[in-house]
Design a protein around this ligand. Structure first.
Ligand code: F6P
Length: 442
């Protein structure tokens, strides 16, 4: 029979019979002592944007060392924590699908199967829906073979709006309560959630409710706060840039103006990168409202200077100054007159009407989220998955993996949840682009 989970001090006593406190600490914590030391010697990245309290936590690694100690102590007594037969970890993919999800699942599982004894990995199906309804399947090493390149997610995904998580439906429990209950019923030691901003908000809620959660940052929007990059982003940049480049040749042939709509409802990272990678003439972002009349002037000047075509990368969430000044409801009412037309379609329509120019629009849409990840995404997805497993291994929960200045690290979920990383309108990239003559619609 498995002995009950010991307290850390009991495990220390057990591991260090007849030894000094420091010796027994080293025996009980194993590699944890080393990590602890490394944190203290400032190996880890700094998090200038986070609250000073959290910076300290990340910087001095007290939480990290303590987490490691707890798990190593449990390991010293022959068991992990809650599960009876070693560790049981849940994993799910949530929100919009994107390239790299399978590569992350693979990196995560490979680390677990390789480094942890008696690990069970439960893959929840269709995102948080699988945790709510207790729909899952156990993942084996064979399940993650050959999926590094595979687009989509082998677990399926769904959007489960964060706002509905705590809403009561009749007498029953909320979705959040159902998830916490299932987490406990399944005796999970940890839950790993791959997703974007909404997924992280729910992950943070679960963490506050006492579940051991680790987030992994996925989104083609690259808008998760506290990380330089999210997996899936660079693949989408490549797809959108390639489309823009192709549009250029047909636009040149016909002397046309093209509005190419790139995904990104709230932030413009994808449009900015794709636009720059394809040499777009203008880039319209949600962060920088555009002026339609000035845009017409810009196009006319461009043509007068001899350009055969004008290619404009437009973010899905880009809006005019007029719209930006409206409240949410007023804007919704104003947009009714355009039916289901997207921003690129509206711009092509109104600008041809106002100026007589030959304008066309192309909406790239979900093609940007499909297919296999690019080489860079395969690398960072694998790293992020493996690092997430490493955090699970050492018991560092309530965090999400990040990449800052080319180093893997983590942020505390409650610090980053609900915050958005936007394109700074006066940031280096935008200013340099402007200096080169790229127009941002102002
Ligand atoms: O968050 C990723 C994203 O692709 C956004 O860029 C886009 O606004 C949204 O998802 C589209 O969501 P859906 O797949 O639900 O239409």
């Amino acid at each position: 029979m498995t002995p009950p989970c010991p307290t850390f001090s009991a495990a220390l006593q057990e591991a260090g019979k007849g030894k000094s406190f420091l010796q027994s600490f080293a025996v009980a914590t194993g590699r944890g002592g080393k990590f602890f030391y490394k944190f203290f010697t400032s190996r880890y990245i700094k998090f200038p944007n986070l609250a000073p309290q959290t910076q300290n936590l990340c910087y001095n690694g007290i939480g990290y060392g303590a987490g490691r100690a707890k798990f190593s102590a449990a390991a010293a007594s022959g068991r992990f924590c809650a599960g009876e037969k070693g560790r049981r970890i849940g994993i799910l993919t949530s929100g919009g699908g994107g390239p790299g999800l399978n590569a992350v699942i693979r990196g995560f599982c490979k680390y677990c199967f390789n480094k942890m004894k008696d690990v069970e990995i439960l893959g929840f199906l269709e995102g948080y829906a699988g945790l709510i309804d207790r729909q899952y399947r156990q993942l084996s090493p064979a399940d993650v073979e050959g999926i590094l390149d595979l687009g989509g997610t082998i677990l399926g995904t769904s959007r489960q709006p964060y706002k509905l998580m705590t809403v009561k439906e009749g007498e029953g429990p909320t979705r959040l309560q159902q998830m916490v209950e299932n987490y406990k019923k399944l005796r999970l030691d940890c839950l790993v959630t791959l997703g974007g901003a909404g997924t992280h908000k729910t992950a943070s809620l679960l963490s506050v409710e006492g579940c051991n959660v680790i987030g992994l940052p996925k989104t083609i929007d690259n808008d998760i706060y506290g990380t330089d990059v999210t997996f899936g982003f660079h693949t989408a940049v490549g797809i959108a840039a390639d489309a823009l480049k192709r549009i250029r040749t047909t636009a040149d042939s016909h002397r046309r103006v093209f509005f190419v709509e790139v995904m990104g409802n709230k932030v413009g990272w994808l449009t900015l990168y794709a636009g720059m990678a394809a040499g777009a003439d203008a880039i319209l972002l949600p962060e920088i409202p555009f002026d339609e009349d000035n845009l017409i002037k810009f196009i006319a000047e461009k043509q007068a200077s001899g350009a055969r075509s004008v290619v404009i990368a437009v973010a899905e969430g880009a809006m005019s100054r007029r719209e930006a000044d409206m409240g949410k409801k007023e804007r919704r009412d104003y947009l009714v007159q355009f039916g289901s037309a997207t921003v690129a379609e509206r711009l092509a329509g109104t600008i041809s009407q106002k100026s007589g120019l030959s304008c066309r629009s192309t909406v790239l849409g979900h093609i940007q989220r499909g297919g296999d990840p690019c080489a860079y995404d395969k690398v960072i997805s694998t790293d992020i998955g493996a690092f997430g497993a490493h955090l699970a291994d050492i018991g560092r929960f309530g965090v999400t993996v990040c990449i800052k200045g080319n180093r893997l690290g983590f942020n505390v979920l409650t610090d980053i949840a609900g915050r958005t990383k936007r394109v700074p309108a006066d940031g280096q990239q935008v200013l340099l682009a402007k200096d080169m003559g790229v127009y941002f619609g102002e």
